[in-house]
Design a protein around this ligand. Structure first.
Ligand code: ADP
Length: 443
């Protein structure tokens, strides 16, 4: 007997879910509901009344929710498609059921390129067995319209932990994305326009403070110095606002090349020493940690460390390290700042450690959010915008990396950056592509 657990689908997928155990994930409540209904219907296969009432509940919920729901079996065929899925995709239920999901859920990236199987969130769930949530996909509807989609996919696994299906829940987020884009556009335009007069005010205040140009009394100098400092901060705020708006809508310029982080960070540490020394802070640079090898027979031997190769834009990497280092200088009263580069086969790790005030545990989860500043006596007197670490996080995400902090109040903070590491053959291949690219060609 075929049990049509979800009446709206038009055909049964009872075989698909037989013996299926559902993994936890973003779709947990709905998936649990699907499993519950399935089990209930199975247990009372001879009880028509019970089946009908379970079917009714399923229908009510799946018909009522505004999110599209799709169930794909292990042959990649659509076995469930709710009315909201029809509204979003334009495919009617009877046409969609039984089709390969690629025909109905046609996804592209935001550059208009169709997803390969490796990129497709539904396929990834079959490959990896892990849930995913994606807000970057664009769906090409039945009428060839393109809409921004939020798509969460969870695997259905059997008792042998094999993925036998996937449940996707999706939502049209074109309006939210449009609102966000308009807000970012406003912030960029406003900060761009305001940077110019602020730069002019800062310039005139600098002239007024220059003893070779202007004569002012001590009291006026004191006021102008304060005005100058605040104007500099305002200029930095507009610059950071502009950068963060660009980072959010993907307009941040990014020209990745192969970088050897050992040498890159050594140069940066050398350049950054200056600002730390003005505050009497020592700067230490360590590369390779215990993986260094030294040829002891050669007195002129240099430390040989492995090549820490990554693919990133040097300007963006400089921006991140400078930001984190400047924070260490800003918030540390005495002691040292140590910069390190190390890595394993997968990642290159950069760390910046200081002996500053540390960050309370309750603030750490919010530290990389926009405008977040720790509110305590150690930071209240130090100027800042609360945008620096947010921008750093956004840039690191461009390179599929990770940024986090380990901190102990009263002892100091260590910021870590992990970026995917290139093997030497991968780097050589990328370098030969870079060499063939004309300097004027768009990248
Ligand atoms: P800000 O412009 O305020 O420095 P950031 O986004 O760079 O903005 O940093 C966010 C907050 O994190 C800072 O306001 C500060 O409270 C805290 N913070 C960042 N780096 C450090 C550090 N090295 N030591 C202590 N607190 C820090």
């Amino acid at each position: 007997m075929i049990i049509n657990t979800f009446g709206i689908m038009g055909i049964s997928f009872s075989g698909v879910l037989l013996g299926v155990v559902i993994t936890a994930g973003v779709l947990t409540p709905l998936i649990l509901f699907i499993r519950h209904n399935y089990n209930q219907a199975k247990e009372s296969a001879n009880d028509l009344g019970s089946i009908t009432s379970e079917k009714l509940k399923s229908d009510v919920i799946l018909n009522a929710i505004g999110d599209g729901v799709i169930l794909v079996d292990d042959q990649k065929l659509i076995r469930l498609f709710n009315p909201a899925a029809t509204t979003i995709t334009g495919w009617n239920i009877n046409d969609a059921i039984g089709l390969d999901y690629h025909n109905v859920i046609q996804l592209e990236n935001d550059n208009g390129q169709p997803y390969s199987d490796q990129e497709c969130p539904i396929n990834k769930v079959f490959e990896t067995g892990a849930s995913s949530n994606d807000s970057k996909s664009v769906l090409v509807t039945h009428a060839n319209k393109r809409i921004a989609l939020n798509l969460s996919v969870s695997p259905l696994v059997n008792e042998d932990q094999e993925v036998v299906g996937a449940v996707g829940i999706f939502r049209d987020i074109s309006k939210e994305k449009g609102d966000l884009e308009r807000r970012a556009e406003f912030i960029s335009t406003a900060s761009h326009e305001m940077r110019t007069p602020v730069a002019a005010i800062e310039g005139y205040l600098a002239l007024a403070l220059n003893e070779n140009v202007s004569r002012i009394d001590t009291k006026a100098r004191e006021y102008l110095l304060k005005a100058h400092e605040s104007t500099q901060l305002l200029g930095k705020l507009f610059q950071d606002l502009l950068t963060s708006a660009k980072a959010e809508d993907g307009r941040l310029s990014n020209h990745p090349v192969v970088i050897e982080m050992g040498a890159f960070m050594e140069q940066m540490a050398e350049a950054l020493k200056f600002s730390a020394s003005k505050k009497g802070l020592m700067v230490e640079f360590v590369v390779g940690a215990d993986t260094n090898t030294i040829d002891a027979s050669n007195p002129n031997a240099k430390v040989v460390h492995p090549l820490y190769l990554i693919h990133a834009d040097p300007d963006r990497m400089r921006e991140i390290v400078t930001n984190i280092f400047d924070n260490s200088v800003k918030y540390t009263e005495s002691g040292k700042i140590s910069i390190g580069v190390t890595g394993d086969e997968e990642v290159v790790q950069i760390r910046v450690a200081d002996t500053g005030p540390g960050i309370p545990a309750e603030d750490v989860p919010h530290l990389f959010e926009k405008f977040y500043r720790v509110d305590n006596s150690a930071t209240r007197t130090v100027g800042g915008t609360g945008l620096g670490l947010f921008i750093c996080r956004k840039i690191i995400e461009l390179y599929n990396g990770r940024l986090w902090v380990d901190s102990t109040v009263g002892k100091g903070s260590t910021f870590f950056i992990n970026i995917p590491r290139l093997s030497t053959p991968e780097a050589t291949k990328l370098q030969s592509v870079e060499a063939t690219r004309s300097p004027l060609a768009p990248v």
